[in-house]
Design a protein around this ligand. Structure first.
Ligand code: ADP
Length: 623
């Protein structure tokens, strides 16, 4: 049944791999927290059981104390006869004390249960969330390219929360149902098994009714969840793209799309609500039927005047207990549907959570790999081929850059320049060939050390919400304020940072929106300077900015590039014409290589690209 619930999610492949997710949930996480779990379950059983005792005492008291004609002696199971006073007044007070005690005991039980089950569920929720995040963070970028951020967020929020609800609420409902059904049936059978049969006759009716309800509502809830997911994705996309929406005057269009999504949610939800609101009155009706049946049959037996097969024997006190307890069935049985629902949702959620945790990282990471030892900072690509899927994007690329030299990659968009450099950072692994730094294959050294050695400056510097200083020190967490300022000075960012309202303590806003593009980039450059990597990847670092900003950035970069091995991608050939070597890529292959002057003389693709940029050619001629 769970299969059709979220069948439209793109995690179905991951979910299919997970066996017995609920068992695994308890085995991996439940076992660790056995103490609050056992305390919670025991207290829950006790509390629910205690709640059944007062009607029973009431029945005994009615028969023993009040002049009803039945006048049975005052007897309670488990209570020594010696403790029971002889007089009616004494028995009356004993009953009062006992009833008060069970209520107090029930309250204590509920408190302890609340502590135990919540502690259990919250601890597991926290652990699962952090474990899932940890697992997700290790995945290679290929995984993130395929999955939507919203879906991953939804696993770490909704699914993890749903497991918490199941562990807390589900266990509570389960013990309630178990204790009530077994307890009530036990007491009723103990008192009068014939009448118990009459009362219990309504149980299958209620159970059947509930079962039917669950069957009908289940797919409706699944539909509601899908529409919620779609609505969330829509909202998330729109918030992320709010600048584009405004710039394209697409507000009306987007309003329409959000309205449609919201309307879809409204319709499916209303459909589910309609079913739900007819269920509870129906349930009340079956409960009422049980009540009336018990009242009529039991009452007639008390009179002793029932005709035919309905004859039986019942005291007024037993009658009272029956009438009270018969009502206790209804709610737990109604909750039964809820429990099944919660269980099925938990299975689906656990499959998604564990599916994400089990997702193999695309990289073959060896935790015991030695650290990369850098000496000169030489970089070597040997016959490297790579494709994101089956199609090769980079083919047979070979080159060497000596420590301290600069290599520039140029070529038309989509030629594979970024991809070549991602392989150096090991964001992906090569399919064939090898990438080496100072003779060591990047796959044979620890990822941490590799990424400590290779710095990356991209076109769009990503700043985290936080202060300027925190953003400069990102990745060099032990840096002091002096280190940060020194790096900012070297990156020529100190002056503008000082002029910000709070200097280095200015909050940059989400993604650094409060800084200009050029400022963000200089903060990014200061960050890399502080990390002081031996090898630097420069990804179109100086495109899309005005000339003055570019000059500023160029100054910052000059500080950064000195004494490092640099692999640069730049669309503006003017910025890389001083590179020691220029590699021209086309369709993933190296088509030309050499210094600027040599390449111009070759009169090939590079010369064409140069011609286009210098305004001498309209477009790259087809050759
Ligand atoms: P360049 O940097 O030269 O513009 P890229 O290396 O970014 O080129 O892209 C090379 C090719 O690989 C393009 O065809 C692009 O569509 C494809 N590509 C880039 N990133 C991915 C990805 N994550 N998944 C699949 N294909 C990709």
């Amino acid at each position: 049944m769970t299969d059709d619930i979220d069948s439209d999610d793109t995690f179905s492949a991951q979910r299919d791999r997970v066996d017995a997710p609920i068992r695994r949930l308890f085995a991996t996480y439940g076992r660790k927290h056995w103490f609050p779990l056992s305390v919670g379950v025991v207290a829950s059983v006790a509390a629910h059981f205690l709640s059944l005792v007062p009607p029973f005492i009431l029945g005994v008291a009615v028969d023993a104390i009040f002049p009803t004609g039945s006048s049975k002696p005052y007897e309670l199971p488990l209570l020594p006869q010696a403790w029971i006073p002889d007089g009616h007044v004494g028995q009356f007070w004993l009953s009062a004390v006992l009833i008060a005690t069970t209520f107090a005991g029930g309250a204590v039980g509920a408190l302890v249960k609340g502590w135990g089950l919540n502690k259990f569920a919250q601890s597991i929720q926290h652990e699962i969330r952090t474990d899932t995040y940890d697992a997700m963070q290790r995945l290679d970028l290929g995984f993130f390219a395929e999955k939507q951020t919203g879906e991953l967020m939804s696993i770490m929020n909704n699914d993890v929360n749903r497991l918490e609800q199941f562990l807390n609420g589900g266990l509570n409902v389960l013990t309630m149902i178990g204790v009530t059904v077994v307890g009530v049936a036990g007491i009723l059978v103990y008192l009068n098994w014939q009448l118990a049969l009459v009362t219990l006759a309504t149980v299958p009716v209620v159970a059947l009714f509930t079962h039917k309800f669950v069957q009908i509502i289940q797919p409706k809830y699944a539909e509601v969840r899908s529409t919620v997911g779609r609505l969330n994705s829509r909202l998330e996309n729109n918030l992320g793209g709010i600048e584009v929406i405004k710039a394209s005057s697409a507000e009306d269009y987007e309003f329409g799309r959000v309205t449609d999504s919201s309307q879809e949610y409204y319709d499916t939800n209303w459909d589910a609500i309609r079913t739900r609101i007819t269920f509870f009155p129906g349930l009340q009706l079956s409960a009422g039927l049980g009540f009336v049946l018990t009242f009529v049959v039991g009452g007639l037996w008390v009179f002793g005047g029932a005709p035919l097969v309905f004859s039986g024997d019942l005291t007024a006190g037993e009658f009272v207990t029956f009438v009270f307890l018969s009502q206790r069935f209804v709610w737990p049985l109604a909750q039964f549907g809820q429990l099944i629902n919660m269980y099925q949702q938990a299975v689906a959620s656990a499959e998604r959570v564990f599916g994400l945790m089990d997702q193999p990282t695309g990289l073959d990471v060896d935790d015991a790999a030695p650290d990369l030892a850098v000496s000169a900072g030489d970089v070597e690509y040997e016959d490297v081929s790579f494709g994101y899927d089956d199609d090769p994007v980079v083919e047979d690329v070979s080159f060497e850059v000596e420590g301290g030299d600069t290599l520039a990659l140029v070529g038309p968009t989509g030629a594979g320049k970024s991809t070549v450099l991602k392989l150096l950072l090991r964001l992906y692994d090569v399919d064939e060939g090898a990438v080496r730094i100072d003779g060591q294959d990047v796959r044979d050294v620890s990822l941490d050390s590799l990424r400590g050695v290779v710095g990356y400056v991209s076109q769009e510097t990503f700043l985290f919400a936080g202060t300027v200083a925190e953003n400069v020190a990102y990745g060099s967490f032990e840096a002091t304020r002096e280190d940060v300022i020194a790096a900012a000075k070297a990156a020529k960012a100190h002056e503008f940072i000082e002029e910000l309202p709070d200097g280095y303590d200015t909050e940059v806003g989400e993604r650094g929106v409060k800084l200009s593009g050029g400022q963000r980039q200089r903060v990014g450059i200061a960050r890399i300077l502080l990390q002081d990597p031996a090898v630097l990847i420069l990804d179109e670092a100086t495109s899309d900015v005005d000339t003055e900003t570019e000059l500023h950035i160029q100054e910052s970069l000059d500080a950064l590039l000195a004494d490092r091995t640099v692999l640069a991608i730049a669309h503006r050939l003017s910025t890389i014409k001083d590179a020691d070597t220029i590699l021209v890529l086309e369709d993933g292959r190296v088509v030309e290589r050499g210094a600027h002057g040599e390449l111009l003389a070759e009169n090939g693709l590079y010369a064409d690209l140069w011609g286009v940029q210098a305004g001498m050619l309209e477009e790259i001629p087809s050759r």
